[in-house]
Design a binder for this molecule. Structure first.
Ligand code: ZN
Length: 898
């Protein structure tokens, strides 16, 4: 509930605030013009015997109720010299009390502070750098000559600004966004960047310099940032009047061009879309050696994992290039969708993230149409549907009761489901009202209630609804405030009509009894008696409806274009015709969705492994890399069931299935080929490598791995598959060789190649080597930021899985102390792969034992448990017949010709 306050002309929250909000007796003020509410001075010492930072901050505040004490957010620091200058100019000295549990410091005064404008001064605070990649932390990277480059970097989202600045640390309500003036003192030989442009530098006799930054825009605390240390930048690139630079530890200047190109071409498109200019004079993109999340949209200075911004076009895989483009555009879009128009509180994180995720694809599609960007988006949608099929899923907009629960909001439901349902809405809207979506977004952006303020998703839907005259809110709330999504079953009702029924899709039949209904757009493409296609958009909002398509049809596809966030199942006859026409008449993304729908049905037990596998075979000559991705995933999974004889047969099936494309595409990129072909080659080589076809590893060494070691440039997609093959077949010697490559004195790798080698280390068959990899994480010889993924990959390796589980269990407490909760969860996800019946109880006991360490992430932990139960059930169901299924499959695949 909100109420307009006549006293200060601002929106106030009327209902009870979440417990993690500060009380509202004293709140940040709003000063006129450019005058900053926060004045922050911070001195960082990142090297030497005692690395730490210290600082002071003054905050202009409004006392709304006379109180003699109030708290602000601060944690893991010492604070002294706190005073309060009240509206009458009287200065009060505070006594200070820490409430570490609530991450607050209370300031107590001898008398009540009068209502009115005041100035809070924290004269002195000091802290050590954080050890878990949050707040203000250090990370480092080795150069080719053995030097160590150190970078101090802040990461304030979600609620870690308080770890480096005492503050009112929350995104809203409206009054909490402020303008920040930052002054930084650092050694003169180190670079230092903050949100605003550096206006002035003073050099001190101590050898330090003091840099004064331009006052920031009106922003939430979580996008205020500072980076200091051993960094060098690209030459500036001017995009209109905006100066853009990429920054990184020395030795990376040759990897900065691509990100600069993405910004210089993407920024004008985003300005045009939003109808608002980029609001800063400069933009820094800073590559940081250690980073828990992928990247961060600090206003005017984005920070990234090195691999998400530094890239060599000639050495990268197609997917890696697209990933960098998407991540850079995502952060760039947050300039509007998040920084300028900010969510009101953490339960509304999706307001920021669903827009930025969607917009990054919309713009990337315009910049790089050759990458087939929306096909890649379909992968993210499928991942979200997979989680949203569990009974422990949550809705896109869901309550955040404690500060620890904020972290758990950064998941596939917020990002992937949020952006996928936005894509579905945008597609419908633009079909009904010309440019309806963009006009609606612009109306929201320019609404003075939200511009440089805070808002909710409901308010966004209302703005779009007002412009288009459609009930956008009613439509979107069904998809964002309900968890789950429907399965759409389609039956022929007559020559020109179909009966369509919706029911919640769940991978756990019987567990979720649902009366839920959604407003479902059906993008129908039907084929008439003459074979010609006609399209229509239908709206299903009841349990079951009959639709007349207006003309007789032979067969049809109900999620044409693939924009729908639902699974589809057809009656037998319609399904048969769809499958028969798939190769010729469906687009790549539609074929991917056909397979994905079938894979989901297989997991529920509604489709047999035999029928599913036969469907796979029809794609033997398919040229879509995403279709091969799902073929590879499902054969890998089904191939892991049954006896060794079964696996031999699956190998023979894969050999037959991949033979035509392998023969055609070979190992080398041909001149002028499309990115799809390059990616397809990598995909085919990867599936052969994964299935360990005899003789392949020798070829992988000869054609890619050894030439690459010798310094030749090898295509990224080919190299990826080759290294994985070498590792999969490798022994202790291979492991030592691969591990050695992580030392830049041995070989200088690109950031993407470092990840590739780390992944390869998890693929070997010797359990002792897997244990060694876990030890190296604990010894800090494998970077923290990669630790979670590496552990997840180790669990995925069925040959070492149980030894990893034993050691993981034993040393979990150490890992939990070392890693952020989000990195730890990436590792814990691997528990879902433990799919013997007896594993269920062991995992349950383990998770209960460590429940306290996982506080705030209960939903994500339940999803791991649900996933494990599903995997156990699926193995039990599929394993008994697997031998017959694969024998039959081998006969069939040999019979297929083009
Ligand atoms: Zn984001």
């Amino acid at each position: 509930m909100k109420q307009f306050c006549a006293h200060c002309r601002k929106l106030h929250l009327k209902s009870a605030l979440p417990a993690y909000f500060l009380p509202q007796d004293v709140v940040p003020a709003t000063l006129p013009g450019d005058e900053p509410e926060y004045r922050l001075r911070i001195h960082s010492i990142i090297k030497g015997a005692d690395p730490h930072f210290s600082g002071s901050v003054t905050i202009a505040v409004d006392v709304r109720n006379p109180v003699d004490a109030f708290p602000i957010n601060a944690v893991e620091m010492q604070i002294s010299d706190v005073t309060f200058e009240d509206c009458n100019g009287v200065v009060h000295t505070a006594s200070i009390r820490e409430d570490a549990e609530k991450e607050q410091f209370w300031f107590h005064f001898d008398e009540k502070l009068p209502v009115g404008r005041g100035l809070l001064s924290v004269g002195n605070y000091r802290a050590a750098f954080n050890k878990k990649l949050k707040g203000f932390y250090l990370s480092s990277v080795k150069g080719a000559n053995g030097e160590t480059y150190t970078v101090g970097c802040t990461q304030s989202e979600p609620a870690d600004f308080r770890r480096w600045v005492p503050s009112f640390d929350q995104p809203g309500p409206v009054d909490y966004k402020c303008k920040f003036s930052v002054v930084a003192e650092v050694p003169a030989d180190q670079a230092v960047r903050s949100n605003g442009d550096d206006l002035r530098v003073e050099y001190l006799p101590s050898g330090n310099k003091v840099v004064y930054f331009e006052t920031s825009n009106r922003l939430p605390t979580y996008v205020i940032a500072q980076v200091v240390g051993d960094l060098e930048s690209s030459d500036p690139k001017w995009v209109g009047s905006v100066e853009v630079r990429v920054w990184a530890p020395p030795g990376n200047k040759h990897l900065m061009d691509f990100a600069l190109e993405v910004v210089s071409r993407g920024l004008p498109l985003l300005e045009e879309f939003h109808g608002q200019k980029y609001p800063n004079r400069k933009l820094d993109l800073i590559a940081v050696p250690g980073f828990s999340a992928g990247a961060m949209e600090n206003d005017g200075m984005f920070t990234f994992r090195m691999e998400y911004v530094l890239i060599d076009r000639l050495k990268a895989t197609v997917a890696q290039l697209l990933q960098v483009a998407i991540i850079v555009l995502h952060e760039l879009d947050h300039t509007w969708d998040g920084n300028r128009h900010t969510m009101e509180d953490w339960s509304q994180l999706s307001l920021n993230e669903l827009r930025a995720t969607f917009m990054s694809y919309l713009i990337a599609d315009k910049l790089f149409p050759e990458f087939k960007v929306w096909d890649n988006f379909a992968q993210g949608r499928a991942a979200a549907m997979d989680v949203d099929s569990l009974k422990s899923t949550r809705s896109v907009v869901s309550p955040v009761r404690t500060i620890k629960e904020c972290e758990a909001q950064f998941d596939v439901i917020t990002y992937n489901k949020g952006s996928a349902v936005l894509r579905m809405m945008q597609t419908c809207l633009d079909a009904l009202v010309k440019d309806g979506f963009q006009s609606g977004m612009q109306a929201f952006n320019n609404d003075p209630r939200y511009d440089w303020g805070n808002a909710t998703t409901e308010q966004l839907w209302d703005s779009i609804g007002e412009v288009t005259g459609l009930d956008v809110r009613g439509f979107m709330e069904g998809w964002t405030k309900q968890s789950g999504f429907p399965n759409i079953s389609v039956k022929r009702a007559g020559k020109s009509s179909i009966t369509v029924r919706q029911a919640r899709f769940t991978l756990e039949p019987g567990d979720v009894e649902s009366e839920q209904l959604w407003q479902v757009p059906l993008f129908v493409r039907a084929y008439g008696e003459d074979g010609k296609a006609f399209e229509t958009l239908l709206h299903l909002d009841e349990r079951e409806q009959v639709f007349d398509l207006g003309a007789d049809f032979q067969w049809l596809v109900v999620n044409a274009g693939g924009h729908g966030f639902y699974h589809t199942s057809y009656d037998d006859e319609l399904f048969e015709q769809l499958a028969a026409n798939a190769q010729e008449k469906l687009t790549g993304v539609e074929r991917f969705i056909l397979l994905n729908d079938a894979w989901a049905a297989l997991q529920t037990g509604r489709l047999s492994a035999s029928i599913y596998m036969k469907l796979l075979l029809t794609f033997k000559y398919d040229r879509d890399p995403n279709v091969w991705r799902i073929i590879s995933m499902s054969l890998g999974r089904l191939g892991s069931y049954g006896s060794e004889k079964c696996r031999e047969t699956v190998r023979a099936v894969v050999e037959e299935l991949t033979a035509p494309l392998y023969t055609e595409l070979g190992w080398k990129r041909s001149q002028g080929e499309s990115p799809q072909t390059t990616e397809l080659r990598g995909r085919i080589l990867a599936i052969i490598s994964r299935q360990r076809l005899p003789g392949f590893e020798r070829l992988a060494r000869k054609n890619a791995y050894l030439p690459w070691l010798a310094g030749e440039d090898v295509d990224g997609d080919v190299l990826n598959a080759a290294i994985f093959s070498v590792a999969t077949e490798g022994d202790a010697g291979t492991y030592a060789e691969l591990f050695g490559l992580l030392n830049p004195a041995v070989k200088v790798l690109t950031p993407q190649q470092i990840t590739m080698v780390l992944t390869a280390l998890t693929l070997l068959s010797e359990p002792a080597l897997a244990e060694n990899t876990l030890s190296e994480i604990l010894n800090d010889r494998i970077d923290q930021q990669m630790a979670g993924s590496v552990i997840g990959f180790l669990f995925a390796n069925s040959r070492v899985r149980y030894r990893v589980w034993a050691m993981f269990r034993e040393r979990f407490a150490e890992l939990a102390d070392k890693l952020t909760i989000s990195l730890l969860l990436r590792g814990l996800n691997g528990l879902g792969d433990l799919d013997r019946p007896e594993d269920a109880q062991a995992v349950q006991e383990f998770l209960s034992l460590h429940a306290e360490k996982l506080t705030g992430s209960e939903v994500l932990v339940s999803q791991i448990v649900d996933r494990q139960h599903l995997n156990i059930a699926m193995r039990a169901r599929c394993e008994p017949d697997m031998e017959t299924v694969v024998d039959e499959l081998l006969v069939l695949v040999r019979g297929i010709s083009k």
